[in-house]
Design a protein around this ligand. Structure first.
Ligand SMILES: [Zn+2]
Ligand SMILES: [Zn+2]
Length: 128
């Protein structure tokens, strides 16, 4: 529970990113939240921030994302994963699916995981 704080003890929080994932918050929800609040880093700034704080041993994380055709934070939560279909709404007028404005609270993952929580699905599944 106090894992995050413990790992960060004695470390200065990067002023550019000075935000921590919430307890149990998954990579998808964290990156989504940060992209909404601070914008995309145009690289894996938020992903790498999450990894350093929460999943230090996942050294191949950004490599794996790159292999999936993903190039930056915002693509992780749009190209690799997308909010689960239940979270989307249908536009009353056009009938088009509308991406959720904000997400419900993260349903949590175990410490050290770089998997998204149940709010996320692989983006390819939605595109079908
Ligand atoms: Zn981006
Ligand atoms: Zn989540």
């Amino acid at each position: 529970m106090s894992n995050v704080i413990h790992i960060f003890t004695g470390r200065a929080i990067d002023p550019a990113t000075g935000v921590l994932p919430l307890p149990g918050e998954c990579l998808g929800c964290f990156v989504h939240r940060m992209v909404e609040e601070g914008g995309c880093s145009d690289g894996f700034g938020w992903v790498e921030h999450y990894r350093l704080v929460r999943a230090r041993r996942a050294v191949t994380l950004t490599q794996r994302l790159t292999n999936q055709g993903c190039g930056c934070d915002c693509e992780v939560v749009s190209e690799v994963w997308e909010p689960s279909p239940e979270l989307w709404s249908v536009d009353q007028h056009s009938g088009a699916l509308v991406a959720p404005d904000g997400l419900p609270p993260c349903t949590k993952v175990r410490p050290g995981s770089t998997q998204p929580c149940t709010l996320w699905v692989p983006a390819a599944r939605l595109a079908l």
